[in-house]
Design a binder for this molecule. Structure first.
Ligand code: HEC
Ligand code: HEC
Ligand code: HEC
Length: 310
């Protein structure tokens, strides 16, 4: 009997030693909790006032504000579909901007390519110059990455393309609606349930200077498809605008709740970007094949957090 108890005692001692050393190696978890607590996000007065106005529950604020405070990045058109702007997405897929990537493939639009001395048999789907205007956010945070893209460790980082679900490989929503990607104002839109004014989303990188934003590509000095080459490349904004969002036929019972209640109110506002349009990027492709934006021509400087107006 006694011997047995002695044995049990020894086993217990050894066990506790093992536990102590395990705790030393892997930590107790107490420390981790403390770290988590430290990271708790404190909202500013201005942020809270905005959320008050949108009637966002206090518990849900930190999650939105976390994204809103991060640097903007491109998220892709698919993120706008599926519960918020379905008719816009569906119409866009069928619109000229929902199928811009295929123009870079061999054999596409031979005549047009020959006219501007491009090689109609060449595959341009990885050519940086073309990608800037035919895809979403190329060369920028979160933007499209062509086939063959790798990180420093040699891992494939190219953007997956799903023919059934057009996304960053086309000229998506963010190329017309944002300064550097829609990640932040998407959070604003979701939190506010559409009840925002222009200034609120502008602060997070949405732009409303529509006539100006088209010239990021149309009539830009880097596009070969200029009016001098063919009349059809003349750019009349009012006429062209009508083809961008032909959403009328895409409304149905399931998405009726996505109608923008505040759209007409917003149309009466004049956003800062409408008063003073943002600068248009001047860019070139350097010797290493990287896209370089000329200093001061980016609409948003994410290091200094400033917008550049014309
Ligand atoms: C600065 C922006 C820009 C760059 C760079 C650019 N494109 Fe385009 N591309 C456009 C725009 C804008 C249009 C539409 C013009 C229009 O219809 O008015 C277009 C149209 C086209 C068309 C269709 C023309 C037609 O008449 O059917 C082809 C093909 C094309 N681009 C291929 C290319 C290729 C290949 C490259 C790279 C070598 C390239 N693009 C570079 C902006 C650009
Ligand atoms: C080629 C540029 C362009 C692209 C790409 C584009 N839009 Fe637009 N969008 C516009 C213009 C211009 C307007 C204003 C005129 C209009 O309503 O037709 C607009 C208006 C809107 C509005 C109404 C905003 C308001 O409150 O008045 C919504 C919502 C919208 N776009 C969503 C989207 C979504 C979602 C996508 C992508 C699936 C997208 N847009 C892609 C140019 C674009
Ligand atoms: C990121 C580059 C880019 C931006 C920004 C852009 N476009 Fe385009 N757009 C293109 C390309 C590329 C095409 C060629 C599509 C094709 O020929 O199939 C095109 C084609 C079009 C067409 C079809 C031309 C036709 O009649 O066949 C219309 C209309 C148009 N754009 C309107 C606009 C308007 C309006 C804006 C601004 C609100 C705008 N685009 C902004 C790249 C752009």
């Amino acid at each position: 009997m006694e011997k047995r108890e002695w044995k049990m005692g020894k086993i217990l001692k050894i066990l506790s030693l093992v536990l102590v050393s395990l705790a030393l190696v892997f930590g107790t978890g107490i420390e981790v909790d403390a770290k988590k607590k430290k990271k708790k996000i404190e909202l500013t007065e201005a942020e809270n006032a905005m959320f008050d106005k949108w009637e966002v529950k206090p518990k849900k604020r930190a999650k939105s504000v976390k994204i809103m405070r991060k640097k903007p990045k491109f998220v892709g058109a698919v993120k706008c579909n599926g519960s918020c702007h379905d008719p816009y997405y569906q119409a866009w897929v069928k619109s000229p901007h929902g199928d811009t990537f295929s123009l870079l493939k061999p054999g596409a639009r031979k005549e047009a390519k020959e006219r501007v001395k491009q090689d109609p048999e060449k595959d341009y789907t990885t050519t940086p110059l073309c990608l800037r205007c035919h895809t979403t956010g190329y060369g920028q945070r979160g933007g499209f990455k062509p086939a063959g893209s790798k990180n420093k460790k040699g891992k494939d980082t190219s953007t997956k393309i799903d023919p059934e679900e057009p996304n960053k490989e086309q000229v998506g929503c963010e190329m017309c609606h944002s300064v550097a990607g829609g990640s932040q104002f998407r959070a604003v839109m979701k939190a506010s349930k559409g009840n925002f004014v222009k200034a609120e989303t502008e602060q997070y990188g949405q732009r409303w200077d529509y006539a100006n934003v088209c010239t990021r590509c149309h009539t830009h000095k880097n596009t070969p498809f200029l009016p001098e080459v063919h009349d059809k490349y003349k750019f009349n904004f009012e006429e062209r605008k009508l083809k961008v969002h032909q959403i009328a036929e895409y409304w149905n019972e399931d998405n009726m709740d996505q109608k923008l209640e505040k759209k007409d109110d917003r149309a009466k506002e004049v956003g800062q970007t409408e008063k003073t349009p943002l600068v248009i990027e001047d860019f070139k492709i350097n010797d290493k094949g990287k896209i370089k934006f000329k200093k001061g021509t980016k609409p948003y400087n994410s290091k200094k957090k400033i917008f550049n107006y014309k």
